[in-house]
Every structure is written in structure tokens, then in C-alpha cells.
Write a protein that binds this ligand. Structure first.
Ligand SMILES: Cc1ncc(COP(=O)(O)O)c(C=O)c1O
Length: 436
């Protein structure tokens, strides 16, 4: 296959110089495997970027999109509509937590987050509480790359180059505490007290000035951080007591990654808004969105001071191809019982990954749902270099892993088999024994 010139594409979140010197080029995908340009099968240990939950090129999704594009390529959802967006919303309302029955569509996780923050602010104003404007995120949170998302997010590099961000944002401490919680399975034992940080911020600003708190139920992008036992419940309780909205960013955890439709259902904590993206279409077509509690939607409709109740939306909000892909995906999740597969294969992944304990460089292993985080001791002079080397060597040996800093993450498609999990871990075991 002829490789195109590499110079013009500015590759996101990547060292362009390193990649262009030694590209990892993917040309096709089917089921659990990618194919590289040199004809090798690459086992997908990460579901792309945590999104291809149903496996690659699923024939039912391909068929749904092909049909959709031939029937209705595009329809505006401003002032007009098409049945797919309504049908998808109704299906999601049935599947999401009880009181979250209204759905706003965007195109990505970043847009979903910014939409949720805007809905939270507009809702507070619509109910006569316009002083509630402050937003609270968390250290090590990843909420995409919009200005709202990086402002409530807690990753230094994603924030430090971009000026003043949005005003009026505070952060809870993160919950990562390896000294007490190393080698965890499921929720971690210690750290519930960190939810009390929220009370400190309420004391500082007064709840009358705070609109919403946003957290990932399991922080994914900063290295797989499951919540401490009782932590999400305690955040919910404090938000209830102080009339603050709770937003779960479920861009990774939504659509089955923990074996339930949402992490909210998995942990038994109902937030006021849920952001989602990725798995809603199995990553095939960009789609993100916000699930909204009934009371918020109803207040916005009743309290509107203009015919349009929310001055927000995207040209592609609820795009017909995206809604067709999502509807096909919901069918697949159901008919192929993929969420119960997550529970079964999650147990295998947990067992096998924890067997790596004691291998060269490993300092922690964290597992939850169909996710495993494997943390390596950083090379003191070059933090992140060891993780990066493992990622590169994995590619050479036919495995895609995700790396953030020196933490490797495995989050395969839900169709993964025990033998494929075994393959992933034996490749990683070999690599760990080789690297300095
Ligand atoms: C929790 C969370 N929120 C938001 C995002 C941003 O999603 P996107 O890259 O689709 O904008 C991500 C992406 O990984 C995420 O993990």
C-alpha cells in the first residue's frame, strides 16, 4: 500500500515528530483486530479510544448506516426534525436511570461536557437562582478539550497552555491514593473522606453561588482510577443537601463499560445529568450527548423567557447517520447480551491482569468492569518514557494498548474472548521482562 505524505496532518494529542518518523498506520479493522499497513493483525486492547464496544465493522451497524445515508443523508434539527433522533431519545430514556428521560445531542464527549455545563447554568437561572454560577471539577479529571471541559478538568498540560480558561471554577482533590489502595479490584477501599472537599468549597463560596459538580465515576484518561467505596454516594448526598447539581461524565463508562448501561446504575447513584459519547455508536460515527433529569427539562420549558428554551445546539446534533448507528448499537448490546459479557470477561481480565503483580516495573494494578490499569514505576529522569516504550513495543508485537504517563490501560471491545485476554497479557509480560 502506498503511504500518503505525512507532513500536512497535524496529529492530535501526539508527538508529530515521533509519529512521522516511525508511523503506526492502521488500514482496516474487523471484530477484535486492526490491520496495519504492513499486513499485520493488531489485537485491539483498547476498543480504539475506549469506544468500539461492539467490535469493529459490525455488519448491523454498517447496514444501518448504509441504509440511513441512502435514505436521509442529513436533516436539520433546528426547527425541523427526523424520526431517528426522537426514537433514539425514547430508547435511551428507557435504558438510562429512572429520572433522566431527556436527551440533548452533540458530536463528541467534549461537546457533551460543554453542553451539560451550559444546561446546568441555564437551569439555575431559569429557576430564579442565577447566582449559582460556580462549577466544580476534580484534579485528574478529563472532560474533553473544550474551554468548559478543560476548565473543570484537572490535567495540567491540558490547561496550562490555554490562558485564563473560564472563570469561577474550583476542584476537588483527586481520589488516587496508591499508598492505601494499591492492587485494587473494583471500588477502592479508602478515600471516601475526599468527598468532604465539596463541603469545604461550599463553606468558602456558599452553596448559593455553586451551580454544579462534575466528576467521572471512574476516571479513565488519567490512568484508571475507580472511586473509593461510598464516595459517589457522599457527593450525591452533599449535592442534595446544598441544592447543587451533580453531573457524571460517562463518556467512557456509559454504554456498558462496567457491565451496566451507565456507571450511575452500576454504583446505584443517580446524578442530575450524564454526559456520554464513544460507545453510544461504538465509535463508528461521532455522537455525544447529555441525559437530563426530568425536573431540569421541565423547568427550562416552563421558565423560558423566549420561545426557544435553550440557545444551544450544533449543526450535527442528532445527525441521522449517528442516530441510525446508535439505534443499531443499542440493538446489538441487547441481542448479543454484551453487557453481561462485560461482567464475565471483566472477571477474566481482572484475574489475568492481577497475575502481573510482581513483574518488572509494576507498582499498581487497578481493575473495574472491563477495564484494567497497569501502573509502571516511572524512569526518574524520563517520566512517561517507560509507558510509551511499552505501547510502541506492543504495537510491534501485535497489540494496541493505551498509555497515559506510565500507566497502561486495557479496555477491549466487549466481544473479547478469554484467549484474547490471555494473548494481551502474555504480550505485555514479554515486553515488561525486556524493558529497562
Ligand atoms: C470522561 C471523558 N469526557 C470527555 C471526553 C472527551 O471526548 P471527545 O474526545 O469525544 O471529545 C473523554 C474522552 O476520552 C472522556 O474520557
Amino acid at each position: 500500500m502506498n503511504r500518503p505524505a505525512l507532513d500536512s496532518f497535524w496529529i492530535p494529542f501526539t508527538s508529530n515528530r515521533e509519529f512521522k518518523a516511525d508511523p503506526r498506520m492502521i488500514v482496516s479493522a474487523k471484530g477484535m483486530y486492526y490491520q496495519s499497513e504492513d499486513g499485520r493483525d493488531i489485537l485491539d486492547g483498547t476498543a480504539g479510544l475506549w469506544c468500539c464496544n461492539a467490535g469493529h465493522s459490525h455488519p448491523k451497524i454498517v447496514e444501518a448506516i448504509s441504509k440511513s445515508v441512502a435514505t436521509l443523508d442529513y436533516a436539520p434539527n433546528f426547527q425541523f426534525g427526523h424520526p431517528g433522533a426522537f426514537e433514539l431519545s425514547a430508547r435511551l430514556a428507557d435504558a438510562f436511570p429512572e429520572h433522566l428521560n431527556h436527551f440533548f445531542f452533540a458530536n463528541s464527549g467534549s461537546e457533551a461536557v460543554d453542553s451539560a455545563l451550559k444546561i446546568a447554568l441555564a437551569y439555575q437561572r431559569a429557576r430564579g437562582k442565577g447566582s449559582k454560577t460556580r462549577l466544580i471539577g476534580r484534579e485528574r479529571g478529563y472532560h474533553g478539550v473544550g474551554f468548559g471541559g478543560i476548565s473543570v478538568g484537572g490535567i495540567v498540560k491540558n490547561r496550562m497552555y490555554f490562558g485564563n480558561l473560564i472563570a469561577g471554577v474550583d476542584h476537588l482533590r483527586h481520589t488516587h491514593d496508591p499508598a492505601r489502595n494499591a492492587y485494587s479490584r473494583g471500588e477502592v477501599e479508602f478515600g471516601v473522606e475526599r468527598a468532604e472537599d465539596l463541603l469545604g468549597l461550599i463553606q468558602l463560596h456558599d452553596a448559593s453561588n455553586i451551580a454544579a459538580v462534575i466528576v467521572e465515576p471512574v476516571a479513565g484518561s488519567t490512568g484508571v482510577l475507580p472511586p473509593p467505596k461510598g464516595y459517589l454516594q457522599r457527593l450525591r448526598q452533599i449535592c442534595d443537601e446544598h441544592d447543587i447539581l451533580l453531573i457524571f461524565d460517562e463518556v467512557i463508562t456509559g454504554f456498558g463499560r462496567l457491565g451496566e448501561m451507565t456507571a450511575a446504575q452500576y454504583f446505584g447513584v443517580e446524578p442530575d445529568l450524564i454526559t456520554f459519547a464513544k460507545g453510544v455508536t461504538s465509535g463508528v460515527i461521532p455522537l455525544g450527548g447529555v441525559a437530563v433529569r426530568d425536573e431540569i427539562y421541565e423547568t427550562m420549558l416552563e421558565g423560558a423567557d423566549a420561545p426557544i428554551e435553550l440557545f444551544h445546539g450544533y449543526t450535527y446534533s442528532g445527525h441521522p447517520l449517528a442516530t441510525a448507528a446508535a439505534l443499531a448499537c443499542l440493538d446489538i448490546y441487547e441481542t448479543e447480551s454484551l453487557f453481561s459479557r462485560v461482567r464475565e470477561q471483566g472477571a477474566v481480565l481482572e484475574e489475568k491482569t492481577h497475575q502481573l503483580k510482581g513483574a518488572n516495573h509494576i507498582i499498581d494494578i487497578r481493575t473495574i468492569g472491563l477495564i484494567a490499569g497497569i501502573e509502571l514505576a516511572p524512569d526518574p529522569d524520563r517520566p512517561g518514557a517507560r509507558g510509551f516504550e511499552v505501547m510502541k513495543k506492543s504495537w510491534q508485537k501485535g497489540l494496541m494498548v493505551r498509555v497515559t504517563g506510565d500507566t497502561l490501560a486495557l479496555s477491549p471491545p466487549f466481544i473479547v474472548t478469554p484467549a484474547q485476554i490471555e494473548d494481551m497479557l502474555s504480550i505485555l509480560t514479554d515486553i515488561l521482562s525486556e524493558i529497562e
